[in-house]
Each structure stands twice: as structure tokens, then as C-alpha cells.
Design a protein around this ligand. Structure first.
Ligand code: HEM
Length: 165
């Protein structure tokens, strides 16, 4: 059961799902801006809204798998604080994107992107970027879910061991 939510050692499920989710929201934000500046306005407005809905749907498995990993982090540690900050940024971004999609449904029908939904999409994207930065820190700074079976060229040996080698 655990494997369904967390993946396998060395192959966690959350990171690949985040690629799809961030891709959908990034595309949505880009489409909103392009629609507003008049690039194929109707088509880009349609693409904006459908990409927002796609991002929201993808957020469900992404958040569930992230939450499953978060449960295994010792609370009160620096890693846990960063993960909790990451969780908060991502959930806030999700709420902002959901409001943009709800408020923008009539814009989708008309083929235009209103000022409010555009601003919300850009704010959601800024929060997503902050959350992505924090998510990256969880892996690349704290090494969460990273297997360290043997030193590699990417993990240089400490000075003393280097001299012996
Ligand atoms: C829209 C929702 C979310 C997105 C887009 C997202 C994005 C990310 C990204 C980009 C990373 C770095 C992974 C990498 O660079 O390969 C990451 C890691 C992580 N995220 Fe999220 N995240 C989301 C929701 C959550 C939630 C709700 C939690 C629950 C606390 C969470 C917990 C984690 C954890 C623990 C990691 C470290 C890697 C791991 O354990 O799998 N994330 N996330």
C-alpha cells in the first residue's frame, strides 16, 4: 500500500508528478498572458482555462504523494519546517489557481481572460515558484528521499578521504 503513495526506494512518486502539475500551471499562466496581449486571444483563453483545470486535477495525486512523504519526516527538524513551508506555499497556490478557474469560467466561455483571473493566475504562479524552490531544497539541500548507497562524482569525498584515495 505504501508503495502506491510513496513509490519505491530511489523512485519516489511525488517528484515526477510535480513535473506534470508545474508544467500545466506554467502553461496556463503563459496562455493567460498571451491572451491578454492579443496572441490568438480566443484560443489562448481556452487553453488557459483548460490548463488550469488540468493543473488542479494533477494537484490531487501530487499533493497526496507529497503528504505521504511528509508524514515520514521527523517533526520539528529543519527539514520538516522547510517541508511544511513547501506544503503551505503549494496549498495556497492551489487555492489561488482554483479561484482563478472559478472566477474565469465565464471568460473561458467568452474566449477572453479578465483582469482578475489574470492577476490570480500570475499570483498563483509566483507561489508555485516559491513552493518549487522549497521543494527543490528538500531534495537537493536536505537530501530527502535520496539514496546514498555510494559516493559518486556528484558527491565529492571529504578532503581527508580524497588524499587517501
Ligand atoms: C501542487 C502541489 C505540489 C507541487 C507542485 C510540489 C512540487 C514539489 C517539487 C518540485 C519538489 C522537488 C522535487 C524535485 O525537484 O524532483 C517537491 C518535493 C517535495 N514535496 Fe512537494 N509539491 C506539491 C505538494 C506537496 C505537498 C502537499 C506536500 C506535503 C507536505 C509535499 C511534500 C514534499 C516533500 C516531502 C518533498 C521532498 C521529496 C519527496 O519526499 O518526495 N509537496 N515538491
Amino acid at each position: 500500500m505504501n508503495v502506491l503513495f510513496r513509490g519505491l526506494p530511489g523512485h519516489p512518486l511525488h517528484p515526477p508528478l510535480t513535473d506534470a502539475t508545474i508544467g500545466a500551471y506554467t502553461f496556463a499562466t503563459l496562455m493567460a498572458v498571451l491572451s491578454r496581449v492579443g496572441v490568438s486571444e480566443h484560443n489562448t483563453a481556452t487553453a488557459w482555462w483548460l490548463a488550469l483545470i488540468t493543473g488542479l486535477a494533477l494537484t490531487v495525486p501530487t499533493a497526496i504523494t507529497g503528504f505521504a512523504d511528509w508524514l515520514y519526516i521527523e517533526s520539528g527538524t529543519t527539514l520538516w519546517r522547510t517541508a511544511t513551508f513547501h506544503l503551505s506555499a503549494m496549498l495556497t497556490a492551489t487555492v489561488v489557481f482554483a479561484i482563478a478557474a472559478g472566477a474565469g469560467h465565464s471568460n473561458y466561455v467568452d474566449g477572453t481572460v479578465g483582469g482578475g483571473p489574470l492577476v490570480l493566475s500570475v499570483i498563483g504562479f509566483a507561489l508555485l515558484t516559491l513552493g518549487g524552490w522549497l521543494g527543490g531544497a528538500l531534495v537537493f539541500t536536505h537530501g530527502n528521499r535520496v539514496l546514498q548507497l555510494a559516493p559518486t562524482s556528484a558527491t565529492p569525498l571529504p578532503k581527508a578521504e580524497e588524499e587517501e584515495a
